[in-house]
Each structure stands twice: as structure tokens, then as C-alpha cells.
Write a protein that binds this ligand. Structure first.
Ligand code: SF4
Ligand code: MG
Length: 334
């Protein structure tokens, strides 16, 4: 994705004042074949919109999307159909994304009817049985209905459906956040196993860094429509340089806090994406903000040592252990 922008018009109505929501505002990223790429940020940061743009479920306002060497930014018709086969989506909520009136066999077999009409009924049944086994369910489950399954099993059904046409990429929009904590790891492990065994590329959207910490190869952290930090999971998790990433990491709840449902987010409210702050969009919440941050947007700058880039004027001085005082001293010295 290069320079992707997606703005939504909203409002209008009585006073005729149209507000533009800058859901995605200039995102450039590349996902490599076979890797697991995580996009993280709070709700409202634009990550779901970005995922839908990458899948071409939405058309970008500006920018370009290339997939497997082809420009798919304006793909339509057969090109879009081919893209739909190569890239599959798994939804956040397995309860509402599966049609309750369809049997599991029908749900998983339906994409085959569309994309592989040459299969006979018996071949399709065999393929569905194999898919169900692949996600840890049983072939006999094909005759049952979604409500007969637990949340984790329903997400497995969603994954089997996504795998039906042999996609190259699976994009999951918070694929485990609606599940019990005890089940999340099982589904995450299943995705990891599938990506390894099938050579799948995974793009996982999450608001919780804890969920993707151990499964992702590379990570992009989003804030108000922009990527603020990206790099290998190792670089981002062990040497986070953006104050927002640092705050997200510090707020990963301990297992005890998770069980009690407690959430730690110390930074207060995120500004509206229809009126993002000037300069660095994070400056209204940043403990290290200086005058320059209120006027100049920091570019996403590559750090020298690794596959790692950070959009903060002070990324050189903001190692994770840095205190606000240290950043102040540094900028005064500069
Ligand atoms: Fe904070 Fe300034 Fe860095 Fe933005 S550029 S994250 S406000 S220190
Ligand atoms: Mg979302």
C-alpha cells in the first residue's frame, strides 16, 4: 500500500455542515509473502478501514494498492473476483458473521460453489470435511448449525470458510477479541499453525498488543489514521520509540488484570478523526510533547539499526525507559 487515504463524508443534515472523517490518512506499508503482519491501535485509529482497503472491500480516496505484482487499486469485475479468492477476511464477531440458517457444511462449502463451480457435490463435501478437520473440528459437524457451537468453534468455522478457496492472504479484523480469554490463545495458535503449514500470509488487526506479541513477524502501530511506528516485532516490542507504542505496551494487562476485566490506558481520550490535531497528531496526549510537535508533523523516519521506522521528532532520545525529564533535557540541549 502506498500513500493510502480514505476519507468518509459524514453529517451534513440540518446545518449543512459536512464533516470529513480522515479514517486513513497517508499509509504506506508492505506485507511480505508468508509473514504475519499485525496492525495495532485503539478503536477509531483507522485500522479496520485500512484492512478493508487492503482487501478492496473499500476503494481508497487516494493512493495505490499492489498485490502480487498487480495494481489492484481500481480493480473491478474478474480482477476483483480473483483478488477476493486470493485474500480472505475473518471477522471480529463469529456470532454475527455466520448465517444462522445455514449448516456448517453449507457455510464452509459456499465459497467453493462460487469460486470452484467445477467441483461435484461429493468433491465439495470431501473438501468441506478436510477443511473442518484442518481447523480442529470434525467432518460430522458439517450437518449442524452455528448456534450449536461455542464462540471459539464458530471462529474456527469462519476460518475454515476463509480457507475454502486456498487464499494466499488472510486478513483478520480483531479475530479473537470477541472470544473468552481462555480461547483466544487456541485460535491464535491455529492461525499460526495454518500460516506455517499452508504458507499463508496473515494480516492481523488488533487493539491489544498482548494478543499479537508472540505471533507477528512485523507490526505497524496506527494512531488517528497514520502509522506512527513500524518494524519487526522484535524492534517494536523490545525497543519501542514512539511514546504511543510505549503507552500501549505499558498498558498490556497482566493475566490477573485480564481476568478481572480491568483495562489500563493512561492517556485519556483520542481526539476525533474528523478534527485531528495539527502537527504530531499524538501531541494532545503525549507526555514528551514540545512546541515543535504542535506545528510540525513528524515523518516516519527509518532507524539505522533495524527494519524499524518511527514518526516522532524525538525518536532518537525516546528509548522505552526514557522519562519525560530526559526528553525535555534533550530538546533543550538541541
Ligand atoms: Fe510526542 Fe512530539 Fe514525538 Fe509526537 S513528535 S510523539 S508529540 S514527542
Ligand atoms: Mg475495528
Amino acid at each position: 500500500a502506498e500513500g493510502l487515504v480514505k476519507h468518509f463524508g459524514s453529517g451534513g443534515g440540518l446545518r449543512g455542515k459536512r464533516r470529513v472523517v480522515q479514517a486513513v490518512d497517508g499509509v504506506t506499508l508492505s506485507v511480505r509473502r508468508g509473514e504475519t503482519f499485525a496492525i495495532v491501535g485503539e478503536s477509531g485509529c483507522g485500522k479496520s478501514t485500512l484492512a478493508r482497503l487492503l482487501m478492496r472491500l473499500l476503494t481508497p480516496t487516494a493512493g495505490a494498492i499492489r498485490f502480487d505484482g498487480r495494481d489492484v487499486t481500481d480493480a473491478t469485475g474478474r480482477d476483483l473476483e480473483a483478488l477476493r479468492r486470493d485474500m480472505q477476511f475473518i471477522f471480529q464477531d463469529p456470532f454475527s458473521s455466520l448465517n444462522p440458517r445455514m449448516t456448517v457444511g453449507k457455510l464452509v462449502g459456499e465459497p467453493l460453489e462460487v469460486h470452484a463451480p467445477e467441483l461435484s457435490r461429493a468433491e465439495r463435501r470431501d473438501r468441506v470435511a478436510a477443511l473442518l478437520r484442518q481447523v480442529g473440528l470434525r467432518a460430522e459437524h458439517a450437518g449442524r448449525y452455528p448456534h450449536e457451537f461455542s464462540g471459539g468453534q464458530r471462529q474456527r468455522i469462519g476460518i475454515a470458510r476463509a480457507l475454502a478457496c486456498g487464499p494466499k492472504v488472510i486478513i483478520g479484523d480483531e479475530p479473537v477479541s470477541a472470544l473468552d480469554v481462555s480461547v483466544q490463545a487456541q485460535v491464535i495458535n491455529l492461525l499460526g499453525d495454518l500460516s506455517r503449514d499452508l504458507g499463508l500470509t496473515l494480516v492481523i488487526i488488533a487493539h491489544d498488543l498482548g494478543v499479537i506479541r508472540h505471533m507477528s513477524d512485523r507490526v505497524a502501530v496506527m494512531y488517528l489514521g497514520r502509522i506512527v511506528e513500524t518494524g519487526t516485532a522484535d524492534a517494536v516490542f523490545s525497543d519501542p520509540r514512539h511514546p504511543y507504542t510505549q503507552a500501549l505496551l505499558a498498558s498490556i494487562p497482566s493475566p490477573e488484570a485480564r481476568l478481572s476485566g480491568r483495562k489500563a490506558m493512561v492517556l485519556g481520550e483520542m481526539p476525533s478523526p474528523s478534527a485531528p490535531p495539527p502537527g504530531c497528531r499524538f501531541h494532545t496526549r503525549c507526555p514528551h510533547a514540545q512546541a515543535v510537535c504542535r506545528t510540525d508533523a513528524p515523518p516516519l523516519s527509518a532507524r539505522p539499526e533495524a527494519d524499524h521506522a518511527v514518526a516522532c521528532h524525538f525518536h532518537d532520545s525516546l528509548a522505552a525507559e526514557a522519562r519525560p525529564a530526559a526528553a525535555t533535557a534533550q530538546s533543550e540541549a538541541a
